[in-house]
Design a protein around this ligand. Structure first.
Ligand SMILES: NC(=O)C1=CN([C@@H]2O[C@H](COP(=O)(O)OP(=O)(O)OC[C@H]3O[C@@H](n4cnc5c(N)ncnc54)[C@H](O)[C@@H]3O)[C@@H](O)[C@H]2O)C=CC1
Ligand SMILES: O=C([O-])CC(=O)C(=O)O
Length: 354
């Protein structure tokens, strides 16, 4: 792999003396990368007092786009942006990384399922996991966005034996936000009045958006919607929203994916009380993230599956004790069965060992 370091010391003296946090973004020359970078550099990821050292990893064909974006970042004169490096070298990209956003990979097109990307994208995440294992900071936190995100996170974690597995996650926050948005529109209520929604399982069409513990201003959602709407409209629409966006927009979700990535990492670092709207809605609620299962809710340990989670002291904790009725059980099990199939497929491809 060729190395193309492009260092841009953007702001020689930042507005604060705090130590910079190193954020590595893969796929930095791509669409989601472009939607993420300016938000990261402006402080929306880690807050208004945290200087950022940005590392942008690309493959050679994407390096020029990333380098151009680095010039634009310089032109924004963000006070928090300590430095920007564009590289195609894995070791350089992950050296000292505190926050790793693994976006770089091929998106699906019309007619494809995310699982169709397993072979094409799976090979990316083993070497990246190994580079994180080798060089990242002790407090590294990783979110995989590139699809199929759950199984790519499994592959990355499997190549990082010295990094605690709970530092590897995959993004299902976009599905969570979609569920909130669609529910709010159906109930004609502001999103801020909803709580207790969960995405279970895989970031795929088998995912299960669960509203059986959800409330609108304290009223159970199940009192406000009928089962036919849930079964025939809400659940499939959330689960297939990615395909809907591809069909309508002509390409996969970009800004909403970047937004969800920011939500996921900001709350992982800062706690689920740090709601986007400044309220503590998320502190009395939970969100969804795909984390390495500890066996909770019958999901086999080791799979990277979406759960209801809260971030407490910088760690995702799976919300325990929720009653799971038969309607939910069969749907969770179906999505988990797909995760098992994907795990077995990447084992067969030699991307992880038994
Ligand atoms: N988990 C989620 O909720 C979502 C996931 N996605 C996924 O995010 C991924 C990226 O999507 P876009 O930014 O729209 O795609 P894009 O094609 O615009 O950008 C991808 C970038 O990744 C780069 N890349 C490819 N292999 C790489 C590697 N080994 N190392 C570093 N960079 C590499 C490419 O050169 C390209 O610049 C896709 O897999 C897509 O399916 C998209 C939306 C939501
Ligand atoms: O659907 C896709 O391929 C992109 C994606 O993951 C999403 O929008 O949820």
């Amino acid at each position: 792999m060729t190395q193309t370091p492009v260092a841009h010391p953007v702001s020689p003296s930042t507005s604060t003396a705090a130590k910079p946090v190193t954020v590595t973004l893969t796929g930095a020359g791509g669409q989601i990368g472009y939607a993420l970078l300016f938000r990261i550099a402006s402080g929306q990821l880690l807050g208004p007092d945290v200087p950022i050292r940005l590392r942008m990893l690309e493959i050679p064909s994407g390096a020029a786009a990333a380098a151009g974006t680095a010039l634009e970042l310089q032109d924004c004169a963000f006070p928090l942006l300590h430095s920007v490096d564009v590289t195609t070298d894995l070791a350089e990209a992950f050296d000292g990384t505190n926050v790793a956003l693994l976006v770089g990979s091929r998106p699906r097109g019309p007619g494809m399922e995310r699982g169709d990307l397993l072979q094409a994208n799976g090979t990316i995440f083993g070497p990246q996991g190994a580079a994180i294992n080798e060089g990242a900071a002790d407090d590294v936190r990783v979110v995989v966005v590139g699809n199929p995100a759950n199984t790519n996170a499994l592959i990355a974690a499997a190549h990082a034996p010295d990094v605690p597995s709970d530092r590897f996650t995959a993004l299902t926050r976009l599905d969570h936000n979609r569920a909130l948005g669609l529910l709010a529109a159906h109930l004609e209520l502001p999103v801020g009045q909803l709580s207790g929604v969960t995405i279970w399982g895989n970031h795929s069409a088998t995912q299960y958006p669960d509203v059986f513990h959800a409330q609108a201003n304290g009223t159970p959602i199940t009192d406000l919607v009928d089962e036919a709407w849930l079964q025939n409209e809400f659940i499939p629409r959330v689960a297939k929203r990615g395909a809907e966006i591809i069909a309508v927009r002509g390409g996969s979700s970009v800004a909403s994916a970047a937004n969800a990535t920011i939500d996921h990492m900001r709350q992982w670092v800062g706690g689920t009380g740090s709601g986007r709207d400044g309220s503590d809605r998320d502190g009395v609620d939970w969100t969804s993230a795909a984390v390495v299962s500890d066996g909770s809710y019958g999901v086999p340990a080791g799979l990277v599956s979406s759960f209801p989670v809260r971030s407490v002291n910088g760690c995702w904790e799976i919300v325990q004790g929720l009653a799971i009725e038969e309607f939910s059980r069969v749907r969770i099990d179906a999505s988990v069965a797909e995760l098992i199939e994907e795990r077995d497929a990447v084992r067969a491809l030699g991307l992880i060992r038994d």
